[in-house]
Structures are given as C-alpha cells and as structure tokens.
Design a protein around this ligand. Structure first.
Ligand SMILES: C[S@@+](CC[C@H](N)C(=O)[O-])C[C@H]1O[C@@H](n2cnc3c(N)ncnc32)[C@H](O)[C@@H]1O
Length: 184
C-alpha cells in the first residue's frame, strides 16, 4: 500500500477545519478510548487522513487473492449481501449511511443506488466528517454546463452529521478519491 504517499496526498487537500459541533450530541465513553492505534480514537486528524488507505489495506489483508484490489472484493461482498437481503431504495428515496467515516461507503452507496434522491453520511467524528466532505467534493463528477445534476449537494453537518453524496458514480468504483492520485 502506498501509505505515505496517500497520507501526504490527503493532507495536502486542506485547509482542514473541523465542522461545528452540535451541542446536543453526547459522545459516548467508548468513543473517547484509544482505537486503531490512535490515542484519541477516531477523534483526531490522523485517523481521518488515513481512513482511505487503511480501508485499502484491510481489503488487501482480508482478500489476499485480489491483491491491492482487495478492497473492491471486500466492499463488493457487502454489496452482494445487501442485495441478497433484499435491500432496495425507491426512486426518489433517501439513504442514510450511519458511521460513514470519510465517505467511502457513502460514495459507493450513491453509485449503487442511482435512483436515490439523496444519500447522507453520518458519523460521530468531526474529523472524519471534514475529510469525508472534502473527498466527496474531489470525487464528484465534473459538472457539465447547462445540465443540472439532481441532488448533487453537500449537506452541512455537525459533530454527528456529515456530507451528502450525489448518485452519479458507476457501480464498483469502490470509492477512493485519494486512491488514483496518491498512487499515480
Ligand atoms: C468501521 S467504520 C465504517 C466506515 C465506513 N462505513 C466504511 O465502510 O468505510 C465505523 C464508523 O462508525 C463511526 N461511529 C462509531 N460509533 C458511532 C456513533 N455512536 N455514532 C455515529 N458514528 C459512529 C466511527 O466513527 C467510524 O467512522
């Protein structure tokens, strides 16, 4: 995994500003514990900056036969399971991605359910929210003049809410705003 390059690429996409915290959101004790080798758990920039490359590493470890593309197999397995469970989004419906971290799963949901009018990511970490919003902006398809893109909006969030994704990317793209650029 091109960890160092990916991390440097994400960090350079700033400036980084934390979203305003919603005073009504109570952060549970477990969430303040050290987690994934981060002293502050997910409540720090390092965890948020490394989220995308860490996801690729997890995919590669869990699906070694797929090598560096293990994340696609990993996330594809979730997509398949959702399909087998009968998940469906009515045209014009809304999807909420609870625990969306830095937007990878949110982008994937948006791509897989193009009939959804909106897809909203929700996470308790304002750091992940900030990085997710930025990666969402960077991953958004370029707007074409004179063509209005339905539901292409970014929803402002608080400490517990996030950005939104537009239903526009093709199935199987697997997220990774940082992926192509960091590696290439
Ligand atoms: C395993 S990660 C999943 C990330 C993302 N869905 C993906 O597929 O890449 C779980 C996420 O849930 C978030 N989370 C944990 N507890 C939460 C809570 N009580 N409310 C909102 N988000 C929470 C964490 O911050 C973390 O980003």
């Amino acid at each position: 995994m091109p960890w160092t390059d990916a991390l440097a690429w994400v960090k350079a996409r700033g400036p980084w500003v934390l979203p305003e915290l919603d005073p009504d959101v109570a952060v549970p004790e477990y969430y303040r514990e050290p987690f994934h080798a981060y002293e502050s758990g997910n409540l720090c920039w390092e965890a948020a900056f490394e989220g995308e490359i860490a996801s690729r590493a997890v995919g590669a470890r869990n699906f070694p036969a797929a090598g560096a593309d293990g994340e696609l197999a990993f996330r594809g397995a979730f997509d398949d399971a959702l399909g087998e469970l009968g998940a469906a989004v009515p045209r014009g419906g809304a999807v909420i991605d609870f625990g969306c971290a830095s937007d990878i799963s949110t982008r994937r949901i948006a791509a897989n359910w193009p009939g959804a009018a909106s897809v909203l990511g929700l996470d308790l970490s304002p750091h992940f929210v900030a990085v997710g919003r930025r990666l969402h902006e960077l991953a958004a398809p370029r707007r074409r003049p004179r063509r209005r893109r339905k539901a292409a909006r970014a929803v402002a969030g608080s400490g517990s809410t996030i950005g939104a994704a537009s239903p526009a990317r093709r199935r199987g793209s697997g997220g990774g705003a940082a992926r192509g650029r960091a590696a290439g």
